[in-house]
Design a protein around this ligand. Structure first.
Ligand code: ADE
Length: 283
């Protein structure tokens, strides 16, 4: 997969040199190119922002540098350096643009999974109050484009969201995590079962500061271990994300799941959805 990031803070993306993403790059599984937006400014001060039309606080990113930057980056076929730029990109190498913004659609595991199947992503993290709207309209007319938020809070810019999204996507690429099964049990892993949070994990030693590892995990009994993990996932989801239980399809649960949920105070209402009279309390 190829990933381009256009930013006024290229140094902010340095974490992409280390750990999982850094190793995937070193192995050639990921081709990450970070571009300084100011390269496409033409004034002495390398201006990228201006005051908003209609007034109001803050500054807005000017369309011209973004337009020139994106035309050049998007016109560069995978495997070629910017000097070889060709204008039209078609077919399977069509890039998908990801615009981080708090007003975008939520970034979820499902979206991470969809994006991880694409050959080429271009991220456009903005600073200030965002990018002139015409830029998003212009490129959405020419390429697949997603405006995406990493959560219901406002950050100073889109660079941290890019780090979050690239890591979530890169770990799903074939061969990036050593074990292909590693994401099967991820919290939010899509599948026929309800999306549940992952339960607790343990490693050696079996006793630490008088605290024992749950006996079932050392029993060697795979069926009991799987059942215990699922019970813990249901408990944790009920406590931290009750809306996931409310949204889940009861058909995806077995009898034991239903018994655990009943123990936690959940019951099926007349529409066949889970509801609960009282809210459980943090232990
Ligand atoms: N830019 C600022 N806040 C953001 C958020 N929550 N998600 C994506 N981009 C952002």
């Amino acid at each position: 997969m190829r990933i381009d990031v256009v930013t006024i803070f290229p140094e902010y993306l340095r974490p992409l040199d280390v750990s999982l993403v850094g190793k995937a790059r070193a192995r050639g599984q990921l081709d990450v190119r970070v571009h300084d937006l100011r390269r496409w400014t033409h004034d002495r001060h390398h201006t990228v922002d201006d005051t908003p039309y209609g007034g109001g606080p803050g500054m807005v990113m000017k369309p011209e540098p973004w337009g020139e930057a994106l035309d050049e980056v998007l016109g560069t076929p995978a495997g070629a350096e910017p000097a070889d730029a060709e204008p039209a990109v078609t077919g399977p190498e069509l890039p998908t643009i990801v615009v981080p913004t708090p007003s975008g659609r939520p970034f979820t595991q499902e979206l991470a999974q969809r994006l991880s199947t694409l050959p080429w992503l271009v991220f456009t993290p903005a600073r200030y109050e965002g990018i002139d709207r015409r830029v998003v309209e212009e490129y959405a007319a020419r390429y697949p484009l997603h405006e995406v938020s990493v959560g219901d809070y406002v950050l100073a810019g889109g660079e941290a969201p890019v780090l979050v999204m690239v890591e979530a996507i890169a770990r799903l690429l074939p061969g990036v995590l050593g074990n292909a099964e590693s994401h099967r049990d991820d919290s939010f892993a899509p599948g026929p079962m309800a999306a549940l949070l992952e339960g607790p994990v343990y490693t050696k030693p079996p006793r630490w500061r008088d605290r024992e590892v749950p006996e079932v995990l050392t029993s060697g009994h795979h069926g009991r271990v799987a059942r215990w993990r699922r019970d813990e996932a249901l408990r944790r989801t009920s406590q931290h994300r009750p809306e996931l239980i409310e949204r889940c399809d009861p058909e995806s649960l077995d009898r034991h799941d239903l018994a655990v949920l009943a123990e936690l105070g959940w019951c099926l209402d007349r529409d066949g959805r889970f509801g609960r009279g009282s809210v459980d309390v943090e232990e």
